[in-house]
Write a protein that binds this ligand. Structure first.
Ligand SMILES: [Zn+2]
Length: 236
């Protein structure tokens, strides 16, 4: 029988829950899944590949569909950076106006973080004197359907509706998971601009995968400083 390479085990902390999970690093078969998805340039396929890879590599029992989007991104990038022991390399363009030279930059795994994690202590938003809502973080299972993504406006409204967890009306409490999604959409569409804006501002506070990148250009010496934000920034 051909030998099978033994893979080491590692632990990481799920950002939103603080839970410790065990994983094995990502190997060639996972890189293959990712590369095929990246070639398609289709967001849905890329997201599916990311989730499939997490399911394959994480050995602790976790419900991936129930994790916050930023948890998924953090878990994935941690798996990826442990692969083949070489970390993550990005081809970055020098930010000096007169230079423009690209070079490969290595990211340090322990500097990849989820920013804004402390932000969402207050999840309640007052809509009127009687009505208020509780917000929650978006999850993998909140993926919008094609119809919900028809226009940018449709996507924003649908995402806002998904991010509402509970609606309080005086003494009455409605959990949106028990309601028809269409009804929640109707609720969002009935808000005035100020009320809707307060929901969007709340959503903008959602934690996000982040990395403070700083390096001196090998060609011109320019000090390049920028923050990588969100998974796509790590795929350049
Ligand atoms: Zn330069």
């Amino acid at each position: 029988m051909l030998p099978i390479i033994a893979t080491p085990k590692y632990e990481m902390i799920v950002p939103s829950t603080g839970e410790s999970i065990t994983y094995r690093p990502y190997v060639v078969k996972e890189e293959k899944i990712l590369l095929i998805a990246l070639e398609s340039q289709d967001d849905t396929q890329i997201e599916k590949a990311v989730i499939d890879i997490i399911k394959a590599c994480v050995e602790s029992p976790i419900d991936v569909n129930n994790l916050a989007t930023f948890d998924i991104e953090f878990i994935f990038i941690t798996l990826r950076s442990k692969s083949v022991g070489e970390g993550i390399k990005l081809s970055m363009k020098c930010m000096s106006e007169t230079c423009d030279v690209s070079e490969d930059i290595n990211l340090e795994l322990d500097k990849i973080k989820v920013s804004n994690l402390e932000n969402i202590k207050d999840k309640n938003i007052k809509i009127t004197d009687d009505i208020s809502i509780d917000m929650r973080w978006l999850k993998a299972s909140d993926k919008l359907t094609e119809a919900q993504r028809k226009t940018t406006t449709d996507s924003i409204i649908a995402s806002a509706a998904k991010a509402i967890e509970i609606i309080y009306n005086g003494e009455e409490i409605f959990a949106t998971k028990d309601a028809q999604f269409k009804e929640v959409i109707n609720f969002v569409e009935s808000l005035n601009t100020d009320q809707f804006t307060s929901i969007l501002e709340h959503m903008e506070q959602t934690p996000i995968l982040s990395y403070d990148l700083s390096y001196n250009c090998k060609t011109c010496g320019n000090e390049n400083i920028r923050e990588l934000r969100g998974l796509t920034d790590f795929f350049i």
